[in-house]
Design a protein around this ligand. Sequence first.
Ligand SMILES: Cc1ncc(COP(=O)(O)O)c(C=O)c1O
Length: 480
Amino acid sequence: MKLFLSRTSHESLTDQIFYQLAGRIQTNMISGGEKLPSVRQLSADSGVSFLTIHKAYKKLEQAGMVKSIQGKGVFVERPVRKETFVSAFDWQLAIPGYLTRSSFHSRPKTTYAFDYSAMNPGLLPTMYLADQLKDMLKAEPAILGTYGEVQGDAQTREAFAAYLTTQLGLSASADELIMTTGLHQGIELIAKALIGPGDVVVTEAPTYPGVLDIFMNRGAKVIPIAMDEEGMRADLLAHVAKTYHPKAMYVNPTFQNPTGRSMSARRRKEVLHQAQLHGLFIIEDDSWSELYFDEKPPPKPIKSLDDDGRVLFLKGFSKALAPGIRVGTIFAEGPFKQMLLTAKASSDLGTPLLTQRAVLPFLTSDRMRQHFEKLRVALELRRDKTIAILADSFPSSVSWTIPEGGLNIWLTFPDNVSTMALYEYCLQRDLSFLPGHVCFPYEPPDHHMRLTYSLMSEHDLTEGLQLFAALTNAFLKEKR
Ligand SMILES: Cc1ncc(COP(=O)(O)O)c(C=O)c1O
């Protein structure tokens, strides 16, 4: 097992080991019942003393995450669900691997799925896209026989540049865009080009769990920064930037995943100012700024205020258009674009031409405006329904955000309630949500959760919310 350790970090080696193992356990990369490497083995793999490893294991035991069994070893203490530990495969654990956490690979599918931040396929223009794709392939079958360029198809980049310029108020040219396979890949490419072991990155707290996986798996130290009503707190950012010299900050300023909140226009300026003052990149994730409610468009992207290539702006259409296509772009000005092209080339040599061309008809027609208009109405209705049922049926000790757009609501329980325990309870009744701890690095609070209201059919959403209220009330009663 490989750990990313830094001897210059302000955190002790014991704590670094503890947090990295805790992350793997919390996100099920190491499952319940699995045996940790022996103290001797991990000490050899990571080049630190037996005593340091022993102390980290003790800390995990005190946190209730592992159990040490005399003469047998140290075992992970979580309920074993499907996985059984097959000893014939033990040898695999002796070969060190690098990854430290993952939030996505082991979640069970349920009927009442409040956990997947995605759209109900019925809300997406899939028939239109299929027809356009058929016509396009008939007219130009060579698309299937051609590799895409590393930077991305020139026609698609032109269309994305026009979209960013006319719809989002940026001034982008096709040459400044790199096409990616989903927005997530854009973040991964930036991390690959910029972030290595021991580097510091800041994020909002809570944040999109996928970026924690990316940054932590590159060995970065992630510093989460609390938010208030206006978004990431600029005073805390200033302090962290001065003290820890981060290389980059990741923000999802519009209808943020997981809280649904948006950063105010004033805070966008302050955050950019801090980044300029302290010399760090801003990675700005715009997954769904088109999906606003109450006819109130959000403030313009931070990128629109950028005059020195500080903001790496990421746009994707997986959520609002076609998760089965997953095309996104990075808008990067200045010499750093070359690094990103190298990262893209070493990752996959370019996004498939087919998927890039598949979004072209949509991007270049009025169909896009009509689709977003309809989607806004449908999502606003779902948000209102969700808030109404929460207000009617949930205990008064639970509070929630009221998103002004997007797909997610963030719930906060009293801090003695474990949403992970509630999650296990709800899973037995075929209902799931995202336990909030995966949205924080290291020692995460366990009394939040994210509810996504966009994935289920309207019927299942209503039924699911009623079931969820009943389960939550019963769970809290049992706990008393
Ligand atoms: C905030 C945010 N950014 C990026 C992604 C990944 O998007 P894509 O599917 O385009 O890679 C997600 C997916 O959940 C997300 O929630």
